[in-house]
Design a protein around this ligand. Structure first.
Ligand code: SAH
Ligand code: SF4
Ligand code: F3S
Length: 451
């Protein structure tokens, strides 16, 4: 379009980092139509809710937000309301029926076609539904990404073939797909050229990555990480979310051999009971998980681990839950997410009987979270006095304060000039707050000590 009129776009993102990435890419797709970002729905000419279907609460929130948007739309001519993401994929036309003020329902694999959908919704004033899984992946049709600060997400893998019995993702995101390695490397160079120093590779099962290599062979995630480590200016690499079954030896070895690969890994285990793990179709035992952790620590002694847990999966007894607590005690996590089991429509576990009563799920969740929280605080406290490099990412809450990111993904506050944002600097940790660390420049310390 030669002279697109200026329009404002408000995107609200729910759910996982894949959705954060997708929201940024939807903004990229709509930029040529004249849409620029705004922070409020009130100001917007187009609102996109990029939704999550993983638990009931997340999915229901969409409808209450749609209710709040309705009067805004009624008060304005030509406002477009779109529902994207995993609720869009799962509920499709039901959204249009339940919320008739919605103009567009677009699934996670179809949003590269948003410009056509916007045209149809505006000109023909029809409701548009596109929840196809197109044969040609969306990545082939997306414009080049733009870096937005020193850290960036890069989707390398989508979808899931694992079909854990509790999970909607294989239905909402479709079958596993890996991008060709050359595309990933190209996107990484663009992001680094735009100022990104740290890239987090994303995928629902990112370590199941099996993309086509430039030589026609199949590349694993370990191979891809080794190639990314050659990209000039890319100082830090992370990846998420991994599945224990796909932690192969080469990927584990990369943690010891690739200095850019940060010593922090999110590795969801869900439960410490073999009976529950089997019922969930996770495909590994609790001891398999312990062995993987031992190997990772053998490759990189300081690696810090985080995980996901579900309490109250159907059939979980006190003994099963004790085994989860035992695993948590054995491994020691530095940060974790834990959830009450939420029965999801269309998944096998939702039909199992009996389900665990809600008060039992809640009680177990609290017990688990107490231990996980204590582990997080113990890890943060153990960092006081140590020196490590942080990547300065953004201004802090107080004047002169900058927030940085530690190798272990902790938020670290330090006094620094904003001109240093984007730099990686050595700091000494001096204090612990609830969920962050306070630090001083290690250089200043040295200077002060020698003065
Ligand atoms: N691919 C990742 C997880 C993606 S979903 C993996 O295999 O581990 C993110 C987390 O949401 C899961 O790890 C799980 O802990 C949680 N989750 C998924 N479905 C859930 C459900 N029905 N109820 C409660 N938590 C759920
Ligand atoms: Fe869901 Fe399991 Fe796939 Fe993770 S591996 S996205 S939990 S089905
Ligand atoms: Fe939610 Fe879909 Fe991510 S269900 S967790 S937004 S893949």
């Amino acid at each position: 379009m030669a002279n697109p009129t200026r329009k404002k776009l408000f995107i609200k993102t729910y759910g996982c980092q894949m959705n954060v990435y997708d929201s940024a890419r939807m903004a990229d797709v709509l930029a040529p139509l004249g849409y620029t970002a705004t922070e409020t729905a009130e100001e917007a000419d187009m609102v996109i809710l990029n939704t999550c279907h993983i638990r009931e609460k997340a999915a229901e929130k969409v409808f209450s937000d749609l209710g709040r948007i309705r009067p805004l739309k009624n008060a304005k001519d030509n406002m477009i309301v779109a529902v994207a993401g995993c609720v869009a994929q799962a509920e499709g036309s039901e959204i249009l029926a339940r919320a008739p003020h919605v103009d567009i329902v677009v699934g996670p694999q179809a949003y590269h076609r948003l410009p056509e959908m916007v045209a149809r919704a505006t000109r023909a004033r029809e409701q548009v539904l596109d929840t196809d899984f197109p044969a040609e992946p969306k990545f082939d049709h997306l414009p080049a990404p733009r870096a937005d600060g020193p850290t960036a997400f890069l989707s390398v893998q989508e979808g899931c073939d694992k079909f854990c019995t509790f999970c909607v993702v294989p239905y909402t995101r479709g079958a596993e797909y890996s991008r060709p390695a050359a595309d990933v490397l190209r996107e990484a160079r663009i992001l680094v050229g735009g100022g990104a120093r740290e890239i987090t590779l994303l995928g629902q099962n990112v370590n199941a990555f099996h993309g086509e290599g430039p030589d026609g062979s199949t590349w694993t995630l370990g191979r891809l990480i080794r190639a990314l480590a050659e990209v000039d200016g890319l100082a830090r690499i992370r990846y998420t979310t991994s599945h224990p079954r796909d932690m192969d030896d080469d990927l584990i070895a990369a943690h010891g051999e690739v200095p850019q690969l940060m010593p922090f890994l999110h590795l969801p285990v869900q439960s410490g009971s073999d009976k529950i793990l089997a019922a969930m179709n996770r495909g590994h035992t609790a001891d398999d998980f312990r062995r993987i952790v031992d190997k990772l620590r053998g490759a990189r002694a300081d690696i810090a681990l985080s995980s996901d847990f579900i309490t109250g999966y159907p059939g979980e007894t006190d003994k099963d839950f004790d085994e989860t607590m035992e695993l948590v005690g054995d491994v020691g996590f530095v940060q974790s997410f834990s959830f009450k089991y939420s029965p999801r429509p269309g998944t096998p576990a939702a039909l199992l009987k009996p389900q665990v009563p809600d008060d039992v799920k809640t009680e177990r969740l609290h017990l688990l979270q107490q231990v996980l929280d204590a582990q997080l605080r113990a890890f943060n406290t153990s960092c006081v006095g140590s020196t490590f490099d942080i990547l300065l990412t953004n201004p802090g809450r107080y004047p002169g304060q900058i927030v940085g990111r530690s190798p272990y993904l902790q938020a670290v506050h330090v006094m620094a000039d904003p001109k240093h944002i984007g730099s990686i600097v050595p700091v000494k940790v001096v204090s612990v707050e609830a969920y962050s660390l306070g630090a001083v420049w290690a250089d200043n310390e040295t200077k002060a000590a020698s003065a």
